[in-house]
Ligand binder design. Sequence first.
Ligand code: ADP
Ligand code: MG
Length: 622
Amino acid sequence: MSKPGEKREFKTELKQLLHLITHSLYSNREIFLRELISNASDAINKIKFNSLDKDEILEGNKDWKIQIVPDKDKKTLTIIDNGIGMSHDDVIENLGTIAKSGTKAFLERLNQEKAQAKPELIGQFGVGFYSAFMVADKVTVRTRAAGPNAEAVKWESDGQGDYLIESTEKADRGTEITLHLKEEAEEFLDRYKLRTLVRKFSDFVEYPIVMEVEHFDEKGNKELKPETLNSQKAIWLRPKSEITLEEYQTFYQQISNDYEKPAKVIHYTAEGRTEFRVLMFIPAKKPFNFDWEEPKGLRLYIQRVLIMETCDGLLPGYLRFVRGVVDSADLPLNISRELLQHNPMLEKIQKNVVSNIFDELNSLRTNEAEVYRSFFNEFGDHLKRGIGDDRTNREKLADLLLVQSMNTPKENVITLADYVEKMPANQESIYYLIGESRSLIEHSPLLEKFRADGFDVLFLVDPIDEYAFPSLGEYKGKKLQAIDRVPASKENETHPQEENFKDLIQLLKEKITDVGDIKLSNRLKESASCLVADANAMTAHYERLMQRMGRLDGSEGKRTLEINPDHPIVQKLKTIHQQNPADPLLELFGNLLYEQAVIAEGSKIKDPAGFSKRINDLIARA
Ligand code: ADP
Ligand code: MG
């Protein structure tokens, strides 16, 4: 079934992107070659995976190869692969109509950086293909997917606003991309230049990148012979001492698409009952669009054969930011991937890999504090997620946390170990307060008692802290205690002045309906009132989070209002109550005490109109 040729328009954002690429990017143009080779290599990986348990789809075509063909007469450069190829629909989806999320992000980045725009970032945003238009004024793609009936497709565009798509003839599976080079880009026809570029950017690509180069035979006649340009060296198998930092970085960039330098390189051989080689990288920056759904895992090789691009059995989810390779000599080569996923050896490897990552992060923390801090800013939330998810490594993950605290200047951070070390002998627990920002919680009335006692309080301002810290429970044998929560053990404690205030409290409970309970406080020094949660109720911060997500239905427990019996306002209330329990001032003051506490903890009061009316009443009486 052949389709007639058809002109289609690029999506608006792609048009803008292409315009910028063709008109503004002049530096580093040579990266187009790396991007096209990387796509070719991805395409071969894909068909290889698909064929693992059904070899027949390869139709015998598995002499994996990426060819580079410069043609000086036609002024074209062609990159050919025998990878997975694309169907008609694939081509439309991948090379034109779908506005990928990366397109917009890359555009913004280009606009921001204007003249210094870095074309080398293009691969990171998932739009590397279009870098071809930096050097070509026309690009022709001919491609055919696997299968005897697959129809070949031709795609062609000058990168202006539209592209042509039509059926074509192509004998072999795979993709052939022809760049009609711009006049000022003819240097990319030069074989020497091409060889240099491949060695520089694509040396570790695991498939041979082949180009015909000129040779002279004994008689001095020129002939063309294929030459493999890249070494295809499995860098992870080489001795550490022989690998330069630059080689590590080049390899990292190749497997991660991240053109920043990694924060840490981890390279070792695990020996013991099973032997495997590991090369991992801790990125310095979160990749664009990185989230919890990002595929996790390391590349799994068995005796140098790539078995899985991302083997998720090798890493726990919370370490999904780690990139790298595991090469095992002991895993069976010829079993299906499904069976492999359940091989107990994977779990052993994971354990080893995780513990090495922890060790390296710890050494980074102690030896390169600045690098670690910026790593933690990027990926700390993932480690915290791990505290909730991975019981067995909880304490080790907790060692890696950096936190703010009341007694630490706001530009500094400490570890939990630092905190514990400084605890006075009479301090039992590790205290923390969770909130949206330091400035919102640092004046909380809840801190007054801790300040007076000389106990430090951790300030936790990352949304995920609400998940991580309660899960942690304790650290170095010390209980973690949220200071806006009454621990179960103290719930029934009574205050020495309880009896004196019993009647007033009874009346306030009738007048202030939004609180679950009212009690005298032990924790306040200067303030008149504060709110705390009981052991099971939601804390203020958690309640705010749920509110924002629309998850509150009114059934949640109400918090306790604590009032300070030594505060003049509370004493005044007591006097008024003694003189006349029916005085309407009691209700007015009582509600203001509550609303004050709500504001002090950084929450919103439910009835702002009522609140301002009460304030006005108060002013009118003054
Ligand atoms: P990315 O590689 O990050 O996905 P690109 O812009 O480089 O972004 O490529 C877009 C898509 O086009 C690829 O994801 C792939 O589906 C398809 N593609 C590009 N080159 C090839 C190729 N040589 N063979 C098969 N598919 C390709
Ligand atoms: Mg790509």
